[in-house]
Design a protein around this ligand. Sequence first.
Ligand SMILES: C[S@@+](CC[C@H](N)C(=O)[O-])C[C@H]1O[C@@H](n2cnc3c(N)ncnc32)[C@H](O)[C@@H]1O
Length: 196
Amino acid sequence: MGQHAKQYSDMGAASVLGIDISEKMLEYARAHNKACNITYHQMAMEDIYHIGRQFDLVTSSLVFDYVEDFDTLLKNIYMLMNKNTQLVFSMSHPMATAYDGTYDRYTRSESGERLYANISNYFVEGCRKIKWVLDDYELYHRTFSNLLNSIIKSGFIIEECQESHISDEMRMQYPDMFGGTIHCPDFVFFWCKKTV
Ligand SMILES: C[S@@+](CC[C@H](N)C(=O)[O-])C[C@H]1O[C@@H](n2cnc3c(N)ncnc32)[C@H](O)[C@@H]1O
């Protein structure tokens, strides 16, 4: 938390604003990734239209999964950005967010090897309530086409899209952690531009 803010500060940004809804996360960022030109501010992403500043770069790592109204969020981000600037973000991949916690993520061999990623109700969009080891959490699932169309509708131009991909070497080395990644990407990354 705060690593990106620190990297941009180190790369020479005049000022960096990092927001998160969780004061605990911000405390961590202030403690581990501080610099005199970084401000960390508690704020929900749904409220960013209040910020009242213009930015040359907006970035987000694995936060947009939690917004219900993605179209409005993107429109608000677009309004906060100067001309010829960039939006770079990651999200959970729609193939991953389709999972609703009610079935096994993988079909396995008798020895436990992950043979297939299971997917169900991909076209049922909306809230997913996930039971997790520590806390339960909620996120919003949207299809890949709707994700793309939201970006396009907001006015951004997509320069590049990548899906998370683990090398064969890493997969062999850590089969428990990464064995399933050959079947289904967990994350998607976008590099977008605002040109006008
Ligand atoms: C998976 S963590 C990612 C944290 C960090 N961006 C990173 O990449 O290390 C998701 C973060 O989203 C934040 N979050 C969830 N809902 C939010 C909201 N509505 N507005 C702003 N932040 C939110 C959580 O507090 C949490 O810090």
